[in-house]
Design a protein around this ligand. Structure first.
Ligand SMILES: Nc1ncnc2c1ncn2[C@@H]1O[C@H](COP(=O)(O)OP(=O)(O)O)[C@@H](O)[C@H]1O
Ligand SMILES: [Mg+2]
Length: 404
């Protein structure tokens, strides 16, 4: 990784409003993103009391040098971008340099890191943003971030949190999304000392099978479309496996879980003739696209994006999904094992020195015989994915625990 540096004022002003730490799951998302960006191949998460008491994420990534530890906890300091150019082709999950600082300001945080090639580990503590000086510590190569007593200094926000079980369910959902989009990383999750999920690094669709279960995989068909630098891969449940809730809808763009109005519309159109109105589709889809063709700097939580060629992407997704739904089911099983997902190899590096594989830097120009109706207001604005798919109100995250 590059060195952590403060962003220039110009760049700061171009960055969409800061990270929002609303609940334990927001903390977990930031920490997992950092571990993935650091090139970890193994990530271990320990949570106590739904994340309110403790959240600890350990990885075997590149680590942080001692002299950069205070910067890691400083707002607008990042190793992931340095210029406006970088901002227009984000290849990492994080880029604003705000995640750790935001978490530190509302918790008691301990960051221990042993940089690859470093002699030993160093740690730094902070309490509601009050930083202590770094001290020698002990840790294998990689990083541990421990977050205790979230919102200890913000009782008002603590009041809005739900029960321990609900907060943990939100964390589990975040964990599942990360595991689904980074199959080549081994993920382990413990809650109150109990093992809840353990997924070994996997190839291809195997991870989807472990995370979403046999029933989904058995009922699913696969998608594998490539065109002019865009790829769509993944698994779609056939209509017989439709669901009463919107709890199995995962769409990733370059390894990032997103909710997007345009994509949701394309999917709804593709499923329109085969799914009853009160049922919901189940799918895990990975869109891979040249990072210059998608703006991820449009929303604080980075779950919304803006496509430069929105109409082409809509058509590509619509046709890919329609084709998969129309194709005979036979042959899907054998292909499931051979399709290799791009995201885990291509998106996780997060550093400018390690450009991602699998992207063709050309502007996609796609033409398809049938144009679906795409309301023009959908092209520019990201929107709640679940809302669009259901035509109703926003779906609740995390209500579907399959880990145990
Ligand atoms: N687990 C980790 N392993 C290695 N480096 C990390 C880790 N977590 C954070 N960092 C470093 O700290 C910096 C600040 O992290 P963060 O506040 O989350 O901002 P961002 O991820 O947007 O850069 C990162 O840019 C990275 O260099
Ligand atoms: Mg980050």
């Amino acid at each position: 990784m590059r060195a952590i540096k403060l962003l220039s004022d110009g760049l700061i002003s171009q960055i969409a409003a800061g990270e929002v730490i609303e609940r334990p799951a927001s903390v977990l998302k930031e920490l997992l993103e950092n571990s993935i960006d650091a090139g970890a191949t193994e990530i271990l998460v320990n949570i106590a009391q739904g994340g309110l008491k403790l959240m600890r994420v350990t990885d075997n990534g590149t680590g942080i040098p001692a002299e950069e530890l205070p910067l890691a906890l400083t707002r607008h300091a990042t190793s992931k971008i340095t210029s406006q150019e970088d901002l227009h082709k984000i290849t990492s999950l994080g880029f604003r340099g705000e995640g750790l600082a935001s978490i530190a300001s509302v918790s008691c945080l301990l960051l221990i890191s042993h940089q690859t090639n470093g002699k030993h580990a160093w740690e730094i503590r902070s309490e509601g943003s009050r930083l202590m000086p770094p001290e020698p510590s002990s840790h294998t190569a990689g990083t541990t971030v421990e977050v205790r007593d979230l919102f200890f200094n913000l009782p008002a926000r603590r009041k809005f949190l739900k029960t321990e079980a609900t907060e943990f369910a939100h964390c589990e959902e975040v964990f599942r999304r990360m595991a689904l989009s980074h199959a080549r990383i081994t993920f382990t999750l413990r809650h109150n000392g109990n093992l809840r999920c353990h997924w070994q690094a996997a190839e291809g669709m195997e991870r989807i099978r472990s995370v979403l279960g046999e029933a989904f995989s058995e009922a699913a068909t696969w998608v594998d479309e490539q065109s002019a630098g865009i790829g769509l891969q993944g698994m779609l449940a056939l209509p017989a496996y439709s669901r009463a809730a919107r709890d199995m809808q995962y769409f990733f763009v370059n390894g990032r879980f997103i909710r997007d109005k345009l994509i949701a519309h394309a999917l709804r159109e593709a499923y329109r003739d085969v799914l009853h109105l009160d049922r919901h589709a189940a799918f895990v889809l990975y869109l891979t696209i040249d990072p210059e063709q998608v703006d991820v700097n449009v929303h604080p939580t980075k779950t919304e994006v803006r496509f430069r060629e929105a109409r082409a992407i809509h058509q590509f997704v619509y046709h890919g999904v329609s084709k998969a739904l129309a194709a005979p089911r036979s042959g899907a099983e054998s292909s499931l094992n051979t399709v290799t997902l791009l995201p885990d190899t291509s998106v996780s590096s997060g550093s400018a020195e390690q450009p991602r594989a699998g992207f063709v830097p050309t502007v996609p120009t796609l033409t398809y015989p049938r144009q679906t109706y795409l309301p023009s207001e959908m092209i520019a604005q990201p929107f709640n994915f679940y809302q669009i798919l259901s035509g109703g109100e926003s779906g609740k995250a995390g209500g579907y625990a399959r880990c145990t």
